[in-house]
Each structure stands twice: as structure tokens, then as C-alpha cells.
Design a protein around this ligand. Structure first.
Ligand code: NAD
Length: 339
């Protein structure tokens, strides 16, 4: 492995590298000159990004042996591997979401056993209790609000448990663990049509399909009034790197505090595409908590930094990429066939 990658740079293992954030993180670490082992359970031809300079492996990190093997000789582990998706996925696949505990458990053990220097865990704003998010006029969530615990059922409980595992591996085994609670990340090279896509990607796809088909209406889940903040993936990667290098032992919010309703998000995506569309609200669809925003006081104080990319700006490359996927996936019109 070291002869393929060279030996003079820190060696990072990115778990979940075939996914959305993992693919972007591999690109960043390679650009910094790091050696990277990139691992995902998906076959390589289904990764959103495949970076030839990394050692790319397809392996199931829920298995102890696989984790021990890929962590051998590694300096840092970034655990971004999880069985997850948007609200439609996590509400209907709670057991699958909780099984990600196997990935984190076996990666933590491998980090301990292989003497890995630093371990990053991707937690989520879904750890915050439902009783703090019952209104669309939200109180921004700060880190100490995670307890008393009432996280998102399934997915959020697994994240909160994994955070505590990280804390106790640090206390009992001396592992250096860093944890970020991501708030709704969006950008190109992620899920957009497989049932795991989140609101920004789903709305980009619906708008792009409406543009392609000349329709003037899109379906929007919920009644449009729920509120969220959304972080562009470049900010997420910058935050991961800063948190990994920091001495902050407690979980930190990693998100923007630019709050927007789902209805306004749909309008902003349409504006990005240069169109105006009517909304058909589906109030029977999964919607999640009423309102959620990130309080960035702690990350600003600890790192002197917080995410900066405005939503309107980050949506441009996101929409462009998803619209290109929508166009590429469209069936060829029959009039052009066999002409
Ligand atoms: P993603 O689904 O695009 O990527 C996760 C990757 O993990 C997938 O490619 C998947 O194949 C891989 N994986 C699943 N099980 C595996 C296994 N057993 N072994 C190896 N790989 C496995 O998701 P993402 O959006 O890139 O999220 C990355 C991390 O960030 C996850 O832990 C997620 O829970 C967390 N997170 C993401 C968001 C967001 O908005 N995207 C928000 C909060 C937290």
C-alpha cells in the first residue's frame, strides 16, 4: 500500500468515500498533498467521484476485519460512512440507519488497535431533541441542547450514541476524536434521484425536470412552511479539516445560520434555473421537525470561522450538476431514433 501511495505525507482513510461528502473530502485531502485510502461499500463504478490518486477500495466497513485491514498504517480516519438519506429515507429505514453503529464501532476499535492519530466522526443536527424544534420560528440549536435526549428516532439515536462512543474512546483509550454535527449539506456529486436525496437536491431535480418537460408546477413535500438552514459542501469540507486539526474535544455544529422555509427554497431553486413555478404541496409526505437552525457561537469562538457560502451562491453549481444529470438520464425522443 505505501509503495503505491508514497510515504512522505500523512495517510488519511476516508470511510464513505463513494458518497457525497466523502468524495469531496478525498479531493480536498489529495489537493493538500495527503495520501488517501478511500473506502466505500459500493462498487467503484457507483461512486459519485473516483479520484485516481487515491487508493480506492470497495469494502464493507460494518465488518471488523475490513476495518482492521484498511486502518493498518493510517494516521487519520474520517468516518463519513453511514446508511442514510433525506427525511423520506430515514423515517422509513430506522433499523438500517441504526446499523451504521457497526461501522463506527469497528472503525473506532481499528483506530485504537492500529494506533491511529486522529479520528473524525460525522454526526448530525438530527441528534437535537424534537422538543426544541416544534415551531417554524426556531431557536437556533447550540451544542449543549442535545440533552436531555430526544433525537430523531433511529438515525438521530445512532448518531448520538456514536458521539458518546467517541467521547469514551477518547477518555478510556486516549484516542483523539473530533466530531461535527452537520446541518443539511448540499452540492454537486451526491444523491439526487435514488430515494436518499435531501430537499435541495430533490427540488433541483424537480425544477430541472419541469424545465425539461415544459411544465409550470412542481410537487413540494410538506406545506412549505418548515424551516431549515443549508450548508454548501465546500464549507462542510473546510469545516471538517478545521475541526480535525483543532483541539476541540466536544461536538461542534457545522452548518449555516441562514434560515429559509422549504417553500422559499423551492422558489430560490426555480430562480436559479431562471423560471417561476407553481407549488403543489404534499402534506402527507415526510417533513421532519418544524424548524431547525444552527447556532454558530461555539465554532466561531473555537475556530474563528463558520460556514460562509450563501445559499443562492451554492445552489448555482448544485443546480447545474443536477440539471445535467436529469438531461443525461432523459430518454432519447423517439423522433430522433432511427431517423
Ligand atoms: P452518502 O450516503 O452520500 O455517503 C455515505 C456513504 O457511506 C455511501 O457512499 C455509502 O455507500 C457508504 N457506506 C454505507 N455503509 C457502508 C459500509 N458498511 N461500509 C462502507 N461504506 C458504507 O452520505 P453523505 O451525505 O455523504 O453523508 C456523509 C456522513 O455525513 C454520514 O455519516 C451522514 O450521516 C453525515 N451527515 C450528512 C448530512 C448531509 O446533509 N448530507 C447531514 C448530517 C450528517
Amino acid at each position: 500500500m505505501s509503495s503505491l501511495l508514497g510515504t512522505d505525507q500523512p495517510h488519511a482513510l476516508v470511510a464513505g468515500s463513494g458518497g457525497f461528502i466523502g468524495g469531496h473530502l478525498v479531493a480536498r485531502l489529495l489537493a493538500e498533498g495527503q495520501r488517501v485510502t478511500a473506502v466505500d461499500v459500493k462498487p467503484l463504478d457507483r461512486w459519485y467521484q473516483l479520484h485516481p490518486k487515491a487508493l480506492n477500495l470497495s469494502a464493507d466497513l460494518a465488518l471488523r476485519e475490513a476495518c482492521q485491514e484498511v486502518a493498518d498504517g493510517v494516521d487519520e480516519i474520517y468516518n463519513l460512512a453511514a446508511d442514510m438519506g433525506g427525511i423520506g429515507f430515514i423515517e422509513n429505514n430506522k433499523a438500517a440507519c441504526m446499523l451504521s453503529v457497526l461501522i463506527n464501532t469497528h472503525l473506532l476499535l481499528a483506530a485504537r488497535d492500529r494506533g491511529v492519530g486522529r479520528y473524525f466522526y460525522a454526526s448530525s443536527a438530527c441528534v437535537y431533541p424534537a422538543y426544541r424544534q416544534g415551531s417554524a420560528r426556531v431557536e437556533a440549536l447550540c451544542e449543549d441542547m442535545a440533552y436531555p435526549a430526544e433525537p430523531e428516532d433511529g438515525y438521530g439515536w445512532e448518531k448520538l450514541f456514536a458521539e458518546r462512543m467517541g467521547r469514551h474512546f477518547a477518555e478510556d483509550f486516549g484516542l483523539t476524536v473530533r466530531i461535527a454535527r452537520f446541518h443539511n449539506v448540499y452540492g454537486p456529486y451526491g444523491s439526487w434521484d435514488d430515494g436518499r436525496e435531501k430537499a435541495p437536491a430533490a427540488l433541483c431535480r424537480k425544477v430541472a425536470e419541469a424545465v425539461r418537460d415544459g411544465r409550470e408546477e412542481i410537487e413540494v413535500w410538506g406545506d412549505g412552511t418548515r424551516t431549515r438552514s443549508f450548508m454548501y459542501v465546500d464549507d462542510c469540507i473546510e469545516g471538517i479539516r478545521r475541526i480535525m486539526r483543532s483541539d476541540v474535544e466536544q461536538p461542534l455544529n457545522l452548518g449555516t445560520s441562514e434560515l429559509i422555509t422549504v417553500g422559499d427554497l423551492a422558489r430560490l431553486v426555480a430562480r436559479t434555473a431562471g423560471v417561476r413555478l407553481r407549488h403543489r404541496y404534499d402534506t402527507a409526505a415526510p417533513q421532519g421537525v418544524h424548524g431547525r437552525n444552527s447556532d454558530n457561537t461555539l465554532i466561531r469562538a473555537a475556530l474563528g470561522w463558520a460556514p460562509v457560502v450563501p445559499l443562492a451562491e451554492g445552489l448555482r453549481p448544485t443546480y447545474a450538476w443536477i440539471a445535467a444529470q436529469v438531461d443525461a438520464a432523459a430518454p432519447v425522443p423517439s423522433t430522433t431514433l432511427g431517423a
